[in-house]
Design a protein around this ligand. Structure first.
Ligand code: HEC
Length: 200
């Protein structure tokens, strides 16, 4: 009986050790050996601010950032970009892989949609660019302003969003806040379509 207690404790410790080695130690070593792909650019300060807003606003609840290979869903047929590799995520902390795809994968949205105007209108009211969209609007990233002349707004450094007439509050123009522009810069920068070494 007394001999069995140390044996039991050793069994428990061995189980924990094997689990720790398999789930923490070995993956840690594997990840530390990954080099950034030649085409991967570090984020700019503006993109990093936009990324923080992406996290704050919970975009991850509906959007993934992981493009899958043929045989693992229709990502390739949908033209969402080549399958992602671990190196693509080297500058991401935390990674925003996501688990839900209520909306499209955004890992390469910058390649599909490089227009700042489009992103700003879509964030202000997704239905203005994508009829019937169920994506929520983010009006708190914008300001309403009475209609000054374009010269006055330009002189004040305001970024007027070209929202289509029928989505504008009467007599108002929509101004993008710095937060909206940072978020758009982050989205436009999401582009991992560069070729990988050894592949063309
Ligand atoms: C409730 C789910 C939901 C949330 C939350 C959400 N989206 Fe979306 N998103 C969608 C859906 C559905 C679409 C497809 C229809 C459309 O284009 O509006 C979409 C489309 C998009 C697209 C265009 C994708 C393409 O391939 O054309 C972008 C960019 C985008 N969302 C960004 C965001 C950002 C940034 C946030 C957070 C501020 C966000 N979404 C939050 C559901 C969501």
């Amino acid at each position: 009986m007394y001999m069995k207690v140390p044996l039991f404790i050793m069994g428990v410790l061995a189980t924990l050790l094997i689990a720790w080695a398999g789930l923490t130690l070995v993956p840690g070593i594997q990840i530390s050996e990954i080099e950034p792909p030649a085409g991967l650019k570090p984020y700019t300060d503006q993109q990093l601010r936009g990324r923080a807003i992406y996290i704050r606003e919970g975009c991850i609840y509906c959007h993934s950032q992981q493009t899958r290979p043929v045989g693992f869903g229709a990502d390739q047929k949908r033209n969402w970009g080549r399958p992602s590799v671990p190196g693509d995520y080297l500058y991401d902390n935390p990674q925003l892989l996501g688990t839900m795809r209520t909306g499209p994968d955004l890992f390469n949205i910058g390649a599909r949609q490089p227009s700042e105007d489009w992103h700003l209108i879509h964030l202000y009211n997704p239905r203005a660019t994508s009829p019937g969209s169920i994506m929520p609007p983010y009006p708190w990233l914008f300001r309403e302003e009475i209609e000054y002349s374009d010269e006055v707004l330009a002189a004040r450094g305001e970024r007027v969003v070209p929202v289509p007439e029928e989505y504008l509050p009467p007599g108002k123009v929509i101004i993008a806040t710095p937060e909206a522009r940072d978020l758009a810069a982050y989205l436009i920068g999401l582009n991992h379509t560069y070729p990988l070494e050894g592949e063309e």
